[in-house]
Design a protein around this ligand. Structure first.
Ligand code: HEC
Ligand code: HEC
Ligand code: HEC
Ligand code: HEC
Ligand code: HEC
Length: 421
């Protein structure tokens, strides 16, 4: 019994050792004398913990492992075997910097768009090149050129890293039919933000905290927040796309006037994948909370298959979309006025509710779970009576008359009392 369990313990230990040996200890940890290579984000975490924490929670870190990507990717792999590099050039980019067949590619895939991909990039070619990025392993390209006397790795200033062109290699894509599937970069480039020099980094890589307080030299800059929150951040959306509305009632009709503004988004909203939508819904209620009417408007870009049928599957957008069927998204700083008329019977509305939600597809497993809706904002608007002026004057006169009559009555009573009656 004892011998048996010690034998099985030996087998287990051996198996564990084999497993351990098969896991690359640290993706890319270079030994002295070996040529420089790429390193895992866990290495960077030792000295850049705040940046690591924010990146870890980002969509970039999960760009390959995310089930919302994996499912369409699997479908694509099954239907078009041998073409998966199309997706991987942006979702698993370090693969194309490693030598073909390098086993570490599988380890790096777990890190998606990882630190050492972005910081080894030396240049990007936005014209039909594959892969678009060129890199130099072992050099960390960054916005500050390193701190004098503090270098632990070779650090180099890169102008590319502080411009939108750096992001464009992945955030801009036209498919074989010339249809723009991802156009965040060109939406930005056509806006006034380009002229103002407000690049993607200004909004998407802000300082985590102001380091002037902890660095008396005054030069100090805080580490940058790498969470790159986009449409998935509710607080961000609510500030970026404010909603205002008024509700007026006159006669047998209620009119809801809504103002939607793209106040702080540096490109169209929604942007990114055409599967992202903004849904504006309005509801009208009477004083007891009964619904009197409902209206909806969706802001989106819909791509078609060439026969006016919408393409919805993510992988087909990249390979089969041939036309733009609809694009009513809001451009930078654009205000959209929406007027909605609700016919009323004899009922009177008391309040309207206007809600904005951001929708993204779920991994498409159950048809009933196809959309995740992130509420952005909800405003309640009390009804303003749109009475005709004549009625208002009549009511005012009636009130004045009643007040005067009441006052006269009180005075007479008081006089009677003082007369002792
Ligand atoms: C042993 C500690 C250490 C490790 C590990 C480390 N760094 Fe650094 N890094 C620093 C220090 C210190 C600085 C600031 C001084 C300098 O430039 O060397 C810095 C600066 C940087 C900069 C800023 C460059 C600029 O513009 O000023 C980048 C980018 C960078 N590191 C990326 C990385 C990446 C990516 C990794 C992981 C692959 C990594 N670092 C691993 C310590 C480290
Ligand atoms: C999607 C690409 C991308 C990824 C992934 C990324 N970075 Fe960065 N990082 C940038 C860009 C671009 C800048 C420059 C932003 C600016 O200056 O406005 C930057 C700035 C930095 C800086 C210099 C500024 C500072 O905060 O000190 C450091 C250090 C850094 N990154 C480290 C890291 C580390 C460590 C990771 C992984 C945990 C990482 N980065 C992941 C793109 C990336
Ligand atoms: C190597 C390709 C690559 C580069 C370079 C890159 N991104 Fe991304 N980015 C992606 C991918 C892929 C996703 C989607 C990940 C997912 O959802 O699975 C993404 C997601 C995002 C999101 C989240 C979008 C959302 O829906 O919430 C933002 C914001 C973003 N990137 C901004 C940037 C900015 C800013 C830069 C430049 C500093 C940049 N990215 C550089 C590939 C890249
Ligand atoms: C002026 C600030 C600003 C600038 C500049 C900016 N963005 Fe954004 N971005 C935002 C805000 C706010 C959101 C969230 C609202 C939204 O999703 O439409 C966002 C959302 C996103 C998203 C998610 C899109 C969606 O609708 O799901 C991506 C991807 C993105 N940005 C990438 C970029 C890239 C790449 C650049 C540069 C070419 C850039 N952004 C420039 C503010 C900015
Ligand atoms: C040019 C770069 C690029 C290529 C090529 C590319 N993607 Fe992406 N993909 C992105 C970026 C950037 C985003 C994030 C945009 C956004 O926020 O909407 C994204 C988002 C996605 C999403 C949405 C993920 C989510 O979290 O909602 C899916 C699904 C996806 N891609 C699948 C694919 C498939 C499948 C392929 C190959 C057929 C592919 N992509 C090719 C850059 C690319």
């Amino acid at each position: 019994m004892n011998r048996l369990s010690s034998a099985s313990a030996c087998v287990l230990l051996f198996a564990a050792l084999c497993l351990f040996a098969s896991i690359p200890k640290e993706a890319g940890a270079a030994l002295a004398g070996e040529p420089p290579t790429y390193q895992s984000a866990t290495t960077c975490a030792q000295c850049h913990p705040e940046i690591y924490r924010t990146w870890r929670a980002s969509e970039h870190a999960a760009a390959f492992t995310n089930p919302a990507f994996q499912l369409p990717f699997e479908r694509f792999r099954l239907t078009q075997p041998g073409k998966t590099q199309l997706c991987e050039q942006c979702h698993n980019p370090i693969r194309f910097l490693l030598a073909p067949g390098d086993p570490r590619a599988a380890v790096f895939a777990q890190e998606g768009v990882t630190c050492d991909f972005c910081h080894s990039v030396e240049s990007v070619d936005l014209k039909d090149a594959f892969p678009r990025y060129r890199a130099k392993p072992g050099v960390k390209f960054g916005p500050r050129g390193g701190a004098p006397g503090k270098s632990v790795h070779t650090t180099k200033f890169s102008r590319l890293h502080i411009t939108s062109e750096f992001c464009a290699g992945c955030h801009e894509f036209r498919n074989a039919y010339g249809v723009a599937v991802l156009s965040t970069y060109s939406e930005w480039a056509e806006s006034f933000y380009r002229g103002e020099g407000v690049h993607c980094q200004f909004c998407h890589l802000p300082q985590l905290f102001d380091a002037r307080f902890i660095d008396p030299s005054g030069r100090g800059k805080g580490p940058l927040d790498h969470s790159m929150a986009g449409g998935h951040s509710r607080e961000r959306l609510a500030k970026a796309i404010p909603v205002r509305a008024t509700l007026t009632v006159s006669g047998r009709e209620a009119t809801l006037r809504i103002q939607l503004k793209n106040e702080l988004v540096g490109h169209k909203t929604p942007s990114g994948m055409p599967t992202h939508r903004l849904r504006l819904s309005s509801l009208l209620f009477d004083g007891s909370g009964n619904t009197l009417g409902r209206k909806e408007e969706v802001f989106e870009r819909v791509l078609g298959d060439g026969a006016r049928k919408p393409v919805e599957k993510a992988e087909l957008l990249f390979t089969a979309a041939r036309e733009v069927l609809k694009d009513n998204r809001l451009g930078p700083k654009e205000t959209r006025e929406i007027t909605q008329a609700f016919p009323l019977g004899d009922v009177k509305p008391a309040v309207a509710e206007v809600a904005l939600a951001y929708e993204i597809p779920t991994p498409d497993i159950a048809p009933a779970l196809r959309l995740i809706s992130i509420p952005v904002s909800r405003v309640l608007i009390p009804a303003k009576a749109g009475f005709p002026a004549g009625t208002v004057v009549l009511i005012a006169l009636a009130v004045v008359f009643l007040l005067a009559a009441g006052a006269a009555l009180l005075r007479r009573r008081a006089r009677r009392k003082s007369a002792g009656l």
